[in-house]
Design a protein around this ligand. Structure first.
Ligand SMILES: [Zn+2]
Ligand SMILES: [Zn+2]
Length: 200
């Protein structure tokens, strides 16, 4: 019940997989169907539902995995997370590099700007793709009509809402928002009708 995103450049056929939580075989088949050559795997954050298929895909596609440094603690706690949620799948992924706020992710001719939005987790990242409209991958920071839970390690409601308001809601209203769970939405829609963003 988690959204993985495969982002590919139509001109160069390069691609990046974001948040492969499970079903590595299905994701790999889709990559092949799209004719993409994957250059890396990136996670918005390290809850197991977002990284459960990373290691399997790393081995299958021979690509590196990157995440924000503040999420390393959660990656290292992979087995504890499995126990906590009462599920066991995948295995702890090896981290090959870190991504920082302000970095630019290149996928062929596509470019995404990295936004650091902790609050749901200690080093949560969003990826803003320029375009018309722009598109932003937000992980569990923001959902259609909701926001990420803040009761897990490194979570903080005030920090999360502050980051959403300063870094996501400041994007153009027509920016498409792709969340870690549930359907896509837009910045304008959440600005108008997300009840969590009108509390303070
Ligand atoms: Zn999460
Ligand atoms: Zn999640």
């Amino acid at each position: 019940m988690e959204n993985a995103y495969i982002v590919g450049c139509e001109e160069t056929k390069q691609g990046v997989i974001f948040d492969p939580g499970d079903e590595a075989g299905r994701i790999a088949a889709e990559v092949e169907r799209l004719g993409l050559s994957i250059v890396e795997i990136i996670a918005t954050h390290a809850h197991i539902d977002h990284i459960g298929a990373v290691q399997a895909l790393k081995e299958k596609l021979k690509v590196p995995f990157r995440i924000h440094k503040n999420e390393e603690i959660l990656v290292k706690a992979y087995d504890q997370q499995c126990r906590m949620f009462g599920i066991q799948f995948g295995s702890e992924p090896g981290i090959d590099g870190f991504i920082n706020e302000g970095d630019e992710i290149s996928i062929g001719n596509l470019k995404a700007k990295v936004l650091l939005t902790p609050g749901h987790s200690p080093g949560g990242l969003c990826f803003m793709f320029e375009g018309n409209p722009g598109r932003v991958i937000v992980g569990d920071t923001l959902f259609l009509g909701s926001i990420g839970r803040t009761d897990l390690i490194g979570g903080d409601m005030k920090t999360l809402i502050g980051n959403i308001k300063s870094k996501i809601l400041t994007l153009p209203d027509d920016t498409e928002v792709y969340s870690g769970h549930g359907p896509a939405t837009t910045v304008g829609r959440e600005k108008r009708s997300n009840p969590f963003l009108h509390m303070s």
